[in-house]
Write a protein that binds this ligand. Structure first.
Ligand SMILES: O=C(O)c1cc(C(=O)O)c2c(n1)C(=O)C(=O)c1cc(C(=O)O)[nH]c1-2
Length: 263
C-alpha cells in the first residue's frame, strides 16, 4: 500500500508569512556565487559591466509588469498604491515642473559609471538570452496568473534590503574604481522596498484564504526566486565559467580576443 500524498494544511496568516520567509531564506539570489564574486571584489571591470548591462533589462521591465498589475486591480486605492511603484522607476514630474529621477535613469547612470554607454545599455541588444527569457517570463507571469499570484511574485522584495546593503558595502570596499555616486540607484530602494513588500505581504496574507491560494502564492515566490537566480546563472556561465558568451552578446573589452575585437 502506498501512502497517500500529504495534503497541505490551511495556514494561519502568520504561518503563511513564515513559509514565505523560509522560501526566501533558502532560494534568494543572495546565495548565488555570482553575487558573492560581485560583492567580494572578485570580478573584472568587464564582468561588472556585463552584470550592469543585463540587469538593466530587469529594471526596464519592472514598471511594465507593475503597469500590467495595476490595471488588474478593481479598486482605486490599490491602483494608487501600485502607481507609486511605477513612478519610483519611471520618475515623477511635479506640478511646478520639477522632476524626481526614477530608478531606470539611475540604473543607466550606474551602467555609465562602470564604463558603458547609455545607447548600448538602452538598446539592450547585447543582453544574454537567459536574461531576456527570465525577465520576460516574469512579465508574462504577472499578466497571465491570478492577481494574488502576481502580487505574491513581488515578495522577493522582502529580502532585497539585505542583499542591497551587502552588495553596496562590498562593492564600495572592494572596487576602487566604483564610488557612491555610481551606486546611487540602491539608496532609495532601501526605503522603497520595505514599503512595497509590507503592502504586498499584507495583501497576500489577507487574500490567500484557502489551501489552494496559499500553495499558489508560495509557488509564485519560488518562481520569482528562479527568475532572479537564472539571471545570475546566465551571467556566471557566460562571463565566469566556462565563459561561453552566446553569439551577439556583450563581450567585455578585458576578455576580448583579437578575433572578437575585429568582428
Ligand atoms: O538588487 C536586488 O537584488 C533587487 C532584487 C529585487 C527583487 O528581489 O525582486 C528587486 C530589486 N533589486 C529592485 O531594485 C527593484 O526595484 C525591484 C522591484 C521588484 C519587483 O519584483 O517588483 N523586485 C525588485
Amino acid at each position: 500500500m502506498t501512502a497517500a500524498p500529504a495534503v497541505p494544511a490551511l495556514l494561519s496568516p502568520e504561518d503563511l508569512e513564515a513559509a514565505l520567509r523560509a522560501i526566501g531564506a533558502a532560494r534568494y539570489h543572495i546565495h548565488h556565487p555570482f553575487h558573492r564574486l560581485l560583492h567580494d571584489g572578485k570580478l573584472t571591470r568587464g564582468q561588472v559591466q556585463a552584470w550592469a548591462l543585463n540587469r538593466y533589462w530587469y529594471q526596464a521591465a519592472i514598471p511594465i509588469k507593475d503597469s500590467i498589475l495595476m490595471a488588474r486591480f478593481e479598486s482605486g486605492e490599490l491602483r494608487r498604491e501600485w502607481r507609486r511603484r511605477i513612478e519610483d522607476h519611471d520618475g515623477r514630474v511635479h506640478p511646478d515642473g520639477s522632476t524626481d529621477t526614477g530608478g531606470i535613469e539611475r540604473w543607466i547612470k550606474l551602467a555609465e559609471g562602470v564604463g558603458l554607454s547609455r545607447e548600448m545599455v538602452v538598446a539592450a541588444d547585447q543582453i544574454l538570452p537567459e536574461t531576456r527569457f527570465a525577465v520576460d517570463a516574469y512579465v508574462h507571469f504577472v499578466r497571465d496568473r491570478s492577481l494574488l499570484e502576481a502580487v505574491a511574485s513581488s515578495l522577493t522584495e522582502l529580502f532585497s534590503p539585505k542583499i542591497i546593503a551587502e552588495r553596496v558595502s562590498g562593492m564600495l570596499a572592494n572596487y576602487d574604481w566604483i564610488g557612491p555616486d555610481t551606486l546611487a540607484y540602491f539608496t532609495p530602494r532601501l526605503t522603497q522596498a520595505p514599503q512595497d513588500s509590507d503592502f504586498a505581504l499584507a495583501y497576500v496574507k489577507q487574500h490567500a484564504d484557502t489551501v489552494e491560494k496559499q500553495q499558489a502564492v508560495l509557488a509564485a515566490l519560488r518562481f520569482k526566486c528562479d527568475v532572479l537566480w537564472s539571471q545570475l546563472d546566465g551571467l556566471y556561465y557566460a562571463y565566469v565559467a566556462p565563459g561561453f558568451v552566446p553569439p551577439g552578446c556583450f563581450v567585455p573589452e578585458d576578455t576580448r580576443t583579437s578575433e572578437q575585437a575585429s568582428a
